[in-house]
Design a protein around this ligand. Structure first.
Ligand code: ARG
Length: 463
């Protein structure tokens, strides 16, 4: 395309170098913003007509043309041109082709700088809502599972060593809490996303009598951005969103790691279901937990995108710089990765099979009630440090005798401390140990059921 035919070609004599044209173009990826670009343009034209910069006929022709273009894009018939650089100029050129001179007036009082900043904010605002929807679906699945498995016992770990018996429902609700914070963090970030750059024009505002409050209202923004220089150059909202996304992926990777461990033959606590696993091309016996492994791995690229965006903005002078065109691919990939990961977990968790017998057996193997024996002695007046050491000796005895604390006879137990009575067996059982942790945030099944109830109510309130 000769430079003279480009929307900005007036001051150019020579055509753009072919490779430079492709190198500087963003249309291959920013066409994803088309629907928001059109929304923004419709609001801008409506505002321009309100302040009498455009006539009502021009406004109507522009809106009709833009709606037709949206139809063409959605139907897949729109012809994107790299020579027209980006989504904004592709749409504008098509509008001019469709409606003529009125189309050439759309760009009055704005620049691609405030246009693109507006488009991304509209896009991120929508995607945050979609991500919150997926988060809620996963949270709901966890809350339901917690309710159902409140009495199921597995070893709780510290240092990945069996520590104390816990309720499987309690474990599910730990993940719920992480995701609830993520949900809230996104809601908080979205308040700073929802500020409108439009009207800042290239950097300094515009000489037309624009009504930015009106445009903001049309687009559902809470307010126009206060400062035109900041409006066109700020990408904090994208960084903040990506940081929230990185935290979510970190949570999903921890979750994934446990699912991978639990589906191994060594743990054998869960079965993820054939629909969520794949086989090996060489080892016929294998059923691999690819989904949680892949989600665990995908956390890396989202962290990487956060670092890309931070580095992209580092040291940029005010106001808009072409560097900012590089904000899109990391942001888009973060959104796709996050949505895919949440969706696959939300589908997988409700059908995961819980192997309660294996969990119970593992809990019995790990001396997980040793703390309960120590607490018992404390209640009989033994100082905690002494009781800790007494129970340590009893555990050593069990390791040698290859048995659990609850297998020891009362006589044997009393050799370690004469403060031990026949009621000790109420505390050495897994059920006793669970039921004893009966306070808010504790693992007693009663508490877990109440917490699951609160979790479900939270999901319902949001949904
Ligand atoms: N494609 C550009 C971007 O994504 C649009 C803004 C271009 N503005 C400019 N003055 N060249 O940032």
């Amino acid at each position: 395309m000769p430079a003279a035919d480009k929307p900005w070609g007036g001051r150019f004599d020579a055509p753009t170098n072919h490779f430079v044209e492709a190198f500087t173009a963003s249309v291959d990826f920013d066409k994803r913003l088309a629907v928001y670009d059109i929304q923004g343009s419709i609001a801008h034209a409506t505002m321009l007509a309100k302040v009498e910069v455009l006539s009502a006929e021009e406004r109507d022709a522009i809106i009709q043309g833009l709606e037709q273009i949206l139809g063409e894009i959605e139907a897949g018939g729109f012809e994107w041109s790299v020579a027209l650089e980006d989504v904004h100029m592709n749409v504008e050129a098509r509008l001019v082709a469709l409606i003529g001179d009125a189309g050439k007036k759309l760009h009055t009082g704005r620049s691609r700088n405030d246009q693109v900043a507006t488009d991304i904010r509209l896009y991120v605002r929508d995607e945050i809502k979609a991500i919150q929807g997926l988060l809620l679906r996963l949270m709901q699945g966890l809350a339901d599972l917690a309710e159902k498995e409140a009495e199921t016992i597995l070893p709780g770990f510290t240092h990945l060593q069996s520590a104390q018996p816990i309720s499987f429902g309690h474990h599910m609700l730990a993940w719920f809490e992480m995701l609830k914070r993520d949900y809230q963090r996104l809601g908080d970030a979205s308040q700073r996303v929802n500020i409108m750059p439009l009207g800042a024009a290239a950097l300094a505002g515009t000489t037309y009598p624009i009504d930015r409050h009106y445009t903001a209202e049309l687009l559902g923004f809470s307010a126009p951005a206060e400062n035109s220089l900041d409006a066109v150059s700020d990408r904090d909202f994208a960084i903040e969103f990506n940081a929230a996304a990185a935290l979510i992926m970190m949570h999903l990777s921890r979750f994934g790691e446990e699912l991978v461990l639990w589906s191994s033959a060594q743990f054998d606590f869960i079965d993820l279901g054939d629909a969520f696993c794949t086989g090996s091309s060489i080892m016929p016996q294998k059923k691999n937990p690819d989904v949680p492994e892949l989600v665990r791995g995908k956390a890396g690229r989202v962290y990487g995108h956060l670092m890309s965006l931070l580095t992209l903005m580092k040291s940029q002078p005010l106001a808009y710089n072409k560097d900012n065109q590089e904000d899109k691919e990391p942001l888009f990939d973060t959104i796709d990765t996050l949505k895919g990961s949440l969706r696959v977990y939300a589908d997988m968790i409700p059908v995961m099979q819980v192997k309660a017998d294996n969990m119970r057996e593992a809990t019995l193997r790990g001396f997980t009630t040793a703390t309960d024996l120590a607490d018992y002695l404390v209640r009989q007046g033994v100082p905690f440090r002494d009781s800790h050491s007494i129970v340590g000796q009893a555990v050593r005895h069990c390791i040698e005798a290859k048995c659990d604390l609850s297998d020891l006879s009362l006589e044997t137990l009393q050799q370690f401390s004469d403060k031990i009575g026949a009621d000790i067996y109420d505390y050495l059982t897994l059920e006793g140990a669970l039921a004893a942790r009966d306070h808010i945030g504790g693992t007693a099944p009663k508490q877990v059921r109440a917490a699951a109830e609160r979790a479900r109510a939270y999901c319902q309130q949001q949904g």
